[in-house]
Design a protein around this ligand. Structure first.
Ligand code: GLN
Length: 536
């Protein structure tokens, strides 16, 4: 066995949305649970340089890493499963690949050569893949190729995989292809033809998959496995099933049962030693499936039609629910549907209210109305980013009496800009990658709710915003009873606000949801769920 970094590619066939991200994260979890170091990378075939400029309706949530990369939401799954931070290098798009190649061309680095998809774009892709291996930190790099085999956009990626497979050899490189076996209820059969076709397509591009993971609604019997193996040139024991799971956190166990980790390790020349150590993971699942309590919490936002828009928040509630032995029933409420008049009726069953992050004016009045209702009726409240900014606006309007208080984002002409643009943001014209992004330190004041939650004076949390609490108003807010309990020690920016006369009212400028994992549920969510359970 060589000691080189092993590269595992995960491609997808037949349809999109088969769950390549979860399969990748599950395999990584199994390898990690056997004591190996693993990282997962996502290659996205779209032309945007990153998903930061994409509307959440287009691509779901934009996930943010410690180093300030705006990334695909699959990186959130990687972190939640592995409990290891990802970085800019873990998500690469076609836009970024082309951007680097074109920059090099402008610098004259190609020495007069014609710049082409092969070799220049494919070389850049290969470099981005190998870059993670070269850090020396990982024994396995799992690279998930976005899109479906056959898409025009993903061709250069498949070609890069073909070249790498050839360069590295089968001891250091392996391809897992995820496909679908549709079930025809009229004949009661699982059909293999689409899988055969998608593997044929891969073969046409010169890539022989080593393992086939077949999504199916029903168990795949030995005969079907043998048939697929025969038609697709893979070993019969390397055709495995991925049945629909009740929760994504179940998938590592399903993959363990199918021996995905064993198949992969054997193919890469490892000897199999014992079982993956999944005691903690299993006890999390056990508690997830058997909660003693239930609590209804409202998630108020403007992208609620697409649940992926708030993926990390929804997952953070699952982690925090388990700690509290409680099932959190999230009620997704569109902020545009809320008015001062209907608020009581709409929110009356909720034990906790979360106002979500967001951009722009749409639905802002509903968010402010919901916060007023939570504040006045002493319902536990958590405001995240825009949700925190709205809590500040609501307090300014209804407690400080600043009737036209607003964020300059929504009303540039307001006389009371309690939320204003950061000085450093004023001259920025480009939208992409220019917000306050990534991990920043925050100093937490002792004796506050925030301190009670974190049990620490110094924390770091991830950010993604342009606007900030306007420190010109600090004195007025403090005097009226809003505590500014978390402040950035370098810039003096307010990061946490709270109202101590309320049982649980807290707004955070950062995004705690990005850091919640199965192993480390986020204390803010844990505290919020606990307070909601205690609410009348
Ligand atoms: N739109 C707000 C800002 O840019 C909040 C952003 C967010 O909620 N992520 O500051």
């Amino acid at each position: 066995m060589s000691t080189n970094t092993k590269y595992i590619f995960v491609t997808g066939g037949v349809t999109s949305s088969l769950g390549k991200g979860i399969i990748s994260a599950s395999l990584a979890k199994l390898l990690q649970a056997r004591g190996y170091t693993v990282t997962i990378q996502k290659l996205d075939p779209y032309i945007n340089v990153d998903p930061g400029t994409l509307n959440p309706y287009e691509h779901g949530e934009c996930y943010v890493t410690d180093d300030g990369a705006e990334t695909d939401l699959d990186l959130g799954h990687y972190e939640r499963f592995l409990n290891v931070p990802t970085s800019q290098a873990n998500n690469v798009t076609t836009g970024r690949i082309y951007q680097s190649v074109i920059e090099k061309e402008r610098k004259g680095e190609f020495l007069g050569k014609t710049v082409q998809v092969i070799p220049h774009i494919t070389d850049e892709i290969k470099n981005r893949i190998k870059q993670l291996g070269k850090t020396g930190k990982y024994q396995f790099v799992i690279t998930e190729i976005g899109g479906t085999v056959g898409d025009i956009e993903s061709l250069p990626y498949i070609e890069a995989v073909r070249q790498l497979k050839w360069e590295l050899g089968h001891n250091d490189c392996l391809v897992i292809h995820l496909t679908l076996l549709p079930y025809l209820s009229t004949s009661g059969e699982l059909k293999t033809k689409p899988t055969q076709h998608s593997v044929k397509l891969l073969l046409e591009y010169g890539v022989q998959p080593d393992v086939l993971v077949c999504r199916a609604e029903h168990a795949i019997n030995k005969d079907i496995r043998r048939k697929i193996a025969l038609f697709c040139n893979v070993a019969a024991d390397a055709v495995i099933e991925a049945l629909d799971a009740s929760t994504i956190y179940e998938v590592p166990l399903l993959m363990e049962k199918e021996k995905l980790d064993v198949i992969v390790l054997k193919k890469l020349g490892f000897s199999i030693d014992g079982e993956p150590e999944l005691t903690k993971w299993k006890s999390f699942l056990q508690r997830l499936h058997n909660p003693s309590n239930e609590v209804k919490i409202g998630l108020i936002g403007k992208y609620v039609e697409l649940k992926d828009s708030y993926k990390s928040i929804a997952e953070a509630f699952i982690h925090a629910g388990v700690v509290n032995d409680c099932k959190v029933k999230l009620e997704w409420i569109h902020s545009e549907s809320l008015t001062e008049e209907n608020i009581k009726e709409k929110l009356k069953d909720l034990k906790g209210i979360l106002v979500a992050p967001g951009f722009g004016n749409r639905g802002i009045d509903g968010k402010i109305a919901a916060i007023k209702y939570a504040r006045e009726n002493k319902i536990p409240f958590l405001g995240i980013c825009l949700g925190m900014q709205c809590a500040v606006i609501e307090f300014a309007r209804h407690v400080l009496g600043l009737k036209d208080a607003h964020s300059r984002e929504m009303n540039p002409a307001t006389n009371s800009p309690v939320i204003d643009l950061l000085e450093a943001q004023k001259n920025i014209s480009h939208m992409g990658g220019t917000m306050r992004l990534g991990a920043y330190p925050c100093h937490v004041e002792e004796g506050t709710l925030a301190y009670n939650i974190y049990h620490s004076k110094d924390i770091t949390e991830r950010h993604r915003h342009r606007y900030e609490f306007n420190n010109d108003y600090t004195k007025e807010f403090k005097e009226a009873g809003m505590v500014l309990s978390g402040v950035n020690p370098d810039a003096g920016l307010v990061e946490i606000v709270e109202i101590p006369t309320h049982p649980f009212f807290i707004g955070v400028q950062f995004h705690p949801e990005y850091k919640s994992t199965v192993e480390n549920p986020h204390p803010l969510f844990v505290g919020f769920v606990k307070a909601s359970m205690a609410a009348r």
